[in-house]
Ligand binder design. Structure first.
Ligand code: R7I
Ligand code: MG
Ligand code: MG
Length: 344
């Protein structure tokens, strides 16, 4: 496909923030009736309810670090990014970070590190985290860099392959979507499977999968499930949760976010007819419950890249902390992107 447009860039970064801010309401909820979701969403349109600023969480806080680092360093700089993560955490520790990653962020700020990747390797008895914290902040890499940087960016906190490969998958999904690949959904999922076949074809990935008792290529296996669900005429929320998950592990949330986007390409029963695909995607992500801020953040970024900034309701942008910033920075990043040398 052709080059990514500015509208798509802006859509991806802004809708990621919206997913995080709007999704925070239901984070950790086991069951979320669609009625509650729609009520929450219609509250965003209600100006009279006023000053309802929804705050962003760690998902957006860390994404902002990635954006600032890319802009300031005009490229990927792991030392700079690690410093920004640490500083952001020490300034605003109350953004809802995962329990494990806090240790990494403290170590990253506490002393002069010779290897900024070491604190992440020490997590969970030396196996590293498989949480979705690497994947949730990866959209800016999809705008600017190939998957290599999504991997390195994630490895600053997530050294388990089930963590950083989730970040690669999310970056690839946003990247393809930016190229207009969601016009052909089946091709889109097949391309992701083909890419992940290679990404998961190495010793570390196979070893982690074996230890954690997952399929030989865990993300490929999940993407096959996504494709099976796509091809079915009716799929219940319960089935999506049991097949794909809605949890805090990258494996139980990145494929889920991808499914949300695919499932919402067409109008859905139970959602207002006035909703476009972007609104459907956010609404559907919240209705899954579980790690709603992060699933909506990741689904939002992929959907935003597909539908573009024009599809995002202004009232939603006004309600969400950091959404305007994301828009401004998307433009800066887009400019920078066109200065980068090819390849890498
Ligand atoms: O992945 P991470 O940054 O958390 C991101 C999530 C998102 O939902 C955010 O919105 C925020 O709410 O948190 O943080 P980690 O602490 O690395 O991982 C998250 C959680 O996954 C950990 O606190 C553990 O409960 C679990 N986890 C593991 N448990 C056992 N063994 C991650 N890796 C392991 C593991 O190897
Ligand atoms: Mg969060
Ligand atoms: Mg979350």
């Amino acid at each position: 496909g052709g080059p990514a447009s500015l509208s798509r860039f802006r859509g991806a970064l802004v809708a990621g923030v919206l997913g995080d801010c709007i999704g925070g309401e239901f984070e950790g909820a086991e069951e979320v009736p669609m009625e509650s979701v729609l009520q929450h969403l219609s509250g965003l349109d209600d100006e009279t309810k006023g000053n309802g600023v929804l705050e962003y969480s760690d998902d957006t806080a860390m994404t902002r670090c990635v954006v600032q680092s890319l802009l300031t360093r005009a490229g990927f700089d792991e030392q700079d990014l690690a410093r920004r993560f640490a500083k952001e955490y020490s300034t605003s520790p109350g953004r809802g970070y995962g329990n494990g990653v806090i240790q990494v962020l403290k170590k990253l700020s506490s002393f002069q590190l010779s290897d900024v990747y070491q604190p992440a390797r020490d997590q969970f008895n030396g196996r590293g985290s498989f949480g979705n914290g690497g994947a949730m902040r990866t959209a800016p890499f999809a705008l600017t860099f190939p998957d290599r940087f999504a991997r390195l960016g994630a490895m600053l906190t997530h050294s388990c392959s089930l963590g950083y490969n989730g970040a690669i998958l999310q970056a690839l999904a946003v990247h393809f979507s930016l190229q207009g690949a969601l016009d052909l959904p089946l091709q889109f999922i097949n391309d992701l499977i083909a890419e992940m076949e290679e990404v998961e074809d190495n010793k570390e990935a196979r070893n982690d999968a074996r230890i954690l008792k997952e399929a030989e290529k865990p993300f490929c296996e999940r993407l096959h499930r996504v494709r099976d669900l796509m091809n079915r005429s009716k799929v219940s929320i319960e089935e999506v949760i049991s097949e794909l998950g809605n949890g805090i592990a990258a494996l139980h949330s990145v494929p889920t976010a991808i499914f949300c986007v695919l499932h919402c390409l067409q109008p859905l029963e139970g959602l207002p007819e006035s909703y476009g695909g972007l609104e459907r995607t956010i609404a559907y992500s919240l209705a899954l419950g579980g790690d709603t801020d992060t699933i909506a953040c990741m689904a939002g970024a992929i959907a935003g890249a597909h539908y573009g900034i024009e599809a995002i309701p202004q009232s939603w942008i006004r309600c969400c902390e950091g959404a305007e910033d994301a828009d401004v920075n998307a433009e800066r990043l887009h400019k920078l992107y066109h200065q980068f040398p090819q390849g890498g």
